[in-house]
Write a new protein. Structure first.
Lengths: 184, 173
């Protein structure tokens, strides 16, 4: 039954919008659509961004792997490589710090009236995307360099899925306790 | 309904909410939360206005079609959702130079816009280069336990911490 819904393009447009509204609502209520919260995370004085992301990962991973184990959903995993992930990730990080928003939260920042997010951030992102599209034939071979040997953490640690998830959640909870204890 | 007008909720509650939301995007849409590809599609749609179907000669747009799709609607939804949330708490307002930029670099609009534009350019370039952003890799990929996404998330923050620290150290020099 899910296959029919997933293939229904019109319904998916509506669902995408609905999911986005909920996503944007949570991001704004968490404070991460605000420049101050993101830049203070990168200056290591406010850990709200990390708390939001790691809470989402801890809760998300349980449901996703429960459903995947029952054949209800398909996963979508990028195998990655040094040339794409590390190089691209560091470029992204530099942009993250200069803009003070990321691609999702910049849309939320525009929604709460941040003009630097709209006239600086969104326009810059359209320009950067276009530069990439133009340079793509030259960048593509470089991105393929140094492919990662392991697809999933399970392969890296030679453990079953739940033997990775349980310690991961314990680590995330320990991180939260540590952050609260430090008053961050 | 006082909680709807609260300015901020616990980051743990919001994060857990986003985690549960991701269950439904996988189940009902067969997709993971993400954002950055939509800007690339939009860039292609804009180029199409000027160059027509010649835009499709670019290898990149053959792989990433310049059209409105599920994720594009998701990003539009983020804008609407944040507008609703900030309107309910009375914090929605047009503002040009945010804190702490204002205190450290001053209230001039142009320098902030220029740095934000450069930041946005690098952000989108890096997201396409790495194949995802703080949503696609940082939340969706990591929860799928993808090695590449954990490495990407670490690189996002390493790059971000280094550049933010240098940027905010400049005025003190």
């Amino acid at each position: 039954m899910y296959e029919t819904l997933r293939a229904n393009t019109k319904a998916q447009m509506g669902l995408g919008l609905l999911f986005g509204i909920i996503f944007g609502f949570f991001l704004q209520k968490a404070g991460v659509t605000t420049y101050k919260v993101i830049i203070n995370q990168l200056l290591l004085t406010d850990f709200t961004v990390l708390k939001v992301m790691m809470s989402a990962v801890a809760v998300g991973t349980v449901g996703v792997h429960f459903m995947h184990g029952r054949g209800m959903i398909n996963l979508d995993i990028d195998p990655g490589s040094f040339g794409s992930i590390v190089v691209g990730g560091l470029i992204f990080g530099a942009g993250f710090a200069l803009l003070g928003y990321c691609p999702g939260t910049v849309a939320g920042a525009v929604g709460q009236g941040a003009m630097d997010a709209l006239l600086g951030g969104v326009l810059g992102m359209l320009f950067g995307s276009w530069i990439y599209a133009v340079a793509y034939p030259r960048i593509a071979p470089f991105r393929a360099r140094g492919p990662f040997k392991h697809l999933r953490l399970q392969d890296l640690f030679h453990l079953s899925t739940w033997a990775v998830i349980v310690p991961l959640i314990m680590l995330i909870v320990a991180l939260f306790i540590g952050l609260e204890w430090l008053g961050l | 309904m006082d909680w709807l007008s609260m300015e901020q909720w616990s980051p743990y509650i919001c994060g857990a909410g986003i985690g549960i939301l991701s269950w439904f995007t996988f189940l009902l849409s067969g997709k993971a939360l993400g954002a950055s590809t939509s800007y690339a599609r939009t860039a292609g749609m804009i180029e199409r206005i000027f160059r027509g179907n010649k835009v499709m000669e670019r290898e990149f747009f053959k792989e990433v079609a310049p059209k409105i799709d599920w994720q594009w609607m998701l990003v539009l939804g983020i804008f609407i959702g944040a507008f609703i949330s900030s309107s309910l708490s009375g914090t929605a307002r047009i503002h040009w130079v945010p804190e702490p930029w204002f205190s450290v670099f001053g209230g001039a609009i142009l320098p902030r816009m220029l740095i934000a534009f450069v930041g946005g350019t690098l952000l989108a370039l890096g997201a396409r280069w790495a194949g995802g952003c703080t949503s696609g890799h940082g939340i969706s990929g990591t929860m799928q336990l993808a090695v590449a996404s954990w490495v990407a998330a670490i690189c996002f923050f390493v790059g971000g911490i280094v550049v933010a620290t240098i940027l905010y150290a400049v005025p003190a020099l």
